[in-house]
Design a protein around this ligand. Sequence first.
Ligand code: AP5
Ligand code: ZN
Length: 216
Amino acid sequence: MRLVLVGPPGAGKGTQAEFIASHLSVPKISTGDIFRANVTQKTELGLEAKRYMDAGGLVPDEVTINMVRGRLAESDAADGFLLDGFPRTVPQAVALDKMLTDADNGLDLVLELIVEHDEVIRRLSGRRTCHGCKKIWHVEFDAPAHEGICDRCQGELYQRDDDKAETIAERLRVYARDTAPLVDYYGAQGKLVGIDATGPVEDVTVRAIDALRSYG
Ligand code: AP5
Ligand code: ZN
């Protein structure tokens, strides 16, 4: 299955992507994770991306599209994938359609995670990520047994640089301006299905998998 997850920052895309990708046995491809790995490794791409990420803006389309094109050409994505964080602009969606049409493998479904504004702010402000296994935690909603330490791998947890209040506000503005139009774009293609992404993580996963079953 070829699936895209859309939703505002903090909607739970990364959290759900892990469960859904494993349920579907497809690779999870997160552009945010790829950029962050490049930032950590201080690659040329990472140095360029960091400027935009720290400001809450988007990495330019051309850079992002080329990166995704390369990733989708890898053999593990041949039979399906779950994209988290891409596309994020209409030009990226058009480029993705073109890549997949060329390969005769169109998208099956776009799953929109719907969460109201105040809730995403609460989620982003309390998010912590594991340095080791990258698992996403929350200080209140999904806290590890020992503060600051990952239950799964004992790695240290950190707060993302772009989860500061002023950067969160800018990311939400950018989402409304540049990414929300994708809802109409994919709606017009008949590929969009929206689910309520509030409530416990496991309940959202069940809704997501039910939605895939009815539309897949
Ligand atoms: P990216 O990493 O994609 O960030 P984002 O879209 O802003 O999304 P987030 O990762 O912040 O949120 P999420 O929806 O994954 O939520 P999560 O599961 O963590 O991108 C970062 C940056 O990279 C961008 O700003 C941009 O600069 C650049 N970039 C990336 N892709 C790009 C592209 N295509 N084009 C251009 N630039 C690009 O959950 C959030 C918190 O909530 C966690 O703490 C979690 O534990 C908690 N939580 C999750 N679900 C629930 C629940 N049901 N109840 C309570 N808490 C919950
Ligand atoms: Zn860990």
